[in-house]
Design a protein around this ligand. Structure first.
Ligand code: SAH
Length: 419
């Protein structure tokens, strides 16, 4: 699911907002002290995820600010970029691929860029440190449990990948062991040994992936410890994160991003709001307290399932989720003459579609809040909306992925003459 919002473009294995692994060779302590990043990572050239590993954080922020300012020139003067206090170890989802070196010792890390050769990694500048430590511990346990990493060429071995997800506010930790077959010898003792090393782990799931694909996770899952999911809190609402759920990877910045989007929406409690490209419903559920009703639309069926569960868990009764293409859905709404006050939209990198934008124009909501992970497609879409009566009032860049070139932008449009 996370593949939808690709941020890292070089490494084909990389997922949304997973700019890539970097190995720290030097300790850093937040933005103020991250002065000269040169030498921060000895693996960055092989990984390719952190394009800006050698840029001091202040320079990264000003480069992102300048890029957005230039692109937004025809529309408005952006606010200052919202950066991170501590721009390191922000990723709450960490993935490691497992394999063997030529002496048959287990190794774990990343695929080298454009290859299937594994580069060993123990720690990474942008990943959650607990997650990194858990992966190293799992690697250390393999030999004594006679668990062989999976070999892609021969098809022998069991452990393919480990995925660790950490709840930023809850502190809950989920470990997903991706295996080539459903049978794991001494499973219970392995769980005991891992928990003895990391009592912070709250759930362990086996995921079976016996296909020759570059997708990390397979279909089948078996919970071997705990609830099978973790929970986390964003802007006061609780969200359930399962192994396959989409969840923004930088929770600290996600709160700032959503708060900015809600500030722009300035809801009064009466509005009908559309949350388009809603993923697991996060923005819509957070907005629901201040709206009359919210309509969420999302293409991915799993995400819609999670969104409905999230709404229930938060006792949100004024939100409904639909599984559909956002463009098609809006065309139907417009044809039915639906009245919408605010459209919140957060499309993937490719941006929105012509039919979506034309339907927005047809329905004429007073406000559109556009959350974008690609300023180029944002500008393309803004051109369409501003040609038909919308005006860009404000916009703010947000740094969701420090050390990478990616920048998120929130934008408020209003209708000059509301219908
Ligand atoms: N707003 C959410 C998710 C944003 S990611 C959040 O902040 O977490 C973009 C979402 O758009 C993904 O969930 C993806 O599945 C969805 N998507 C992509 N193309 C779509 C389409 N044509 N119609 C509806 N949803 C789409």
């Amino acid at each position: 699911m996370e593949e939808k919002k690709q941020q890292g473009k070089k490494n084909t294995q990389r997922k949304a907002g997973q700019p890539g692994k970097t190995q720290m060779s030097q300790k850093t302590q937040g933005s103020k002290n991250v002065k000269r990043s040169s030498g921060l990572c000895s693996l960055s050239s092989k990984c390719g995820g952190c394009q800006w590993i050698n840029k001091p954080y202040a320079e990264q922020l000003s480069a992102k600010e300048t890029r957005v300012r230039k692109l937004m020139e025809p529309f408005c003067k952006p606010e200052r970029i919202i950066g991170m206090e501590q721009p390191t170890h922000y990723r709450n989802k960490v993935h490691a691929v497992f394999g063997e070196d030529r002496f048959h010792n287990p190794i774990s890390g990343i695929y080298e860029e454009k290859s299937h050769r594994i580069v060993p990694v123990d720690s990474c500048l942008i990943e959650n440190e607990t997650a990194d430590k858990i992966i190293v511990s799992i690697r250390g346990l393999l030999k004594s449990f006679r668990i062989r990493p999976y070999n892609e060429d021969t098809g022998y071995g069991l452990l393919r990948h480990v995925l660790v997800r950490v709840g930023h506010t809850s502190g809950q930790v989920m470990v997903v062991l991706v295996l080539a077959s459903p049978i794991m010898p001494s499973k219970n003792n392995f769980v005991k040994a891992l928990l003895a090393l990391h009592p912070e782990i709250t759930t362990i799931v086996i995921n079976v992936n016996n296909r020759g694909t570059s997708m990390v996770l397979g279909e089948k899952e078996q919970v071997i410890y705990g609830k099978g999911y973790i929970e986390d809190t964003l802007c006061g609402k609780t969200f359930r994160i399962s192994p396959k759920s989409f969840y923004q990877v930088n929770p600290v910045q996600t709160e700032k991003l959503y708060n900015k989007a809600l500030e722009y929406a300035a809801l009064t409690g009466k509005e009908t709001v559309v949350d388009a490209y809603c993923g697991t419903g996060t923005i819509g559920i957070i907005a629901s307290d201040k709206a009359g009703k919210v309509i969420g639309v999302e293409l991915n069926a799993d995400a819609v399932w999670d969104a409905r569960g999230n709404a229930k868990a938060n006792n949100t009764s004024n939100i409904t989720f639909y599984q559909n293409d956002a463009g098609k859905f809006l065309v139907e709404m417009a044809e039915q003459g639906a009245k919408v006050d605010v459209v919140l939209m957060d499309p993937p990198r490719s941006g929105s579609s012509e039919e979506f934008l034309q339907s927005v124009i047809k329905m004429g909501p007073g406000k559109v809040v556009y959350v974008s992970c690609n300023p180029e497609t944002l500008v393309r879409d803004l051109k369409v909306l501003t040609k038909s009566g919308y005006r860009v009032e404000k916009c703010a860049p947000v740094d969701m992925f420090p050390f990478t070139e990616h920048v998120e932008t929130v934008c408020l449009l209003s209708l000059k003459d509301p219908v």
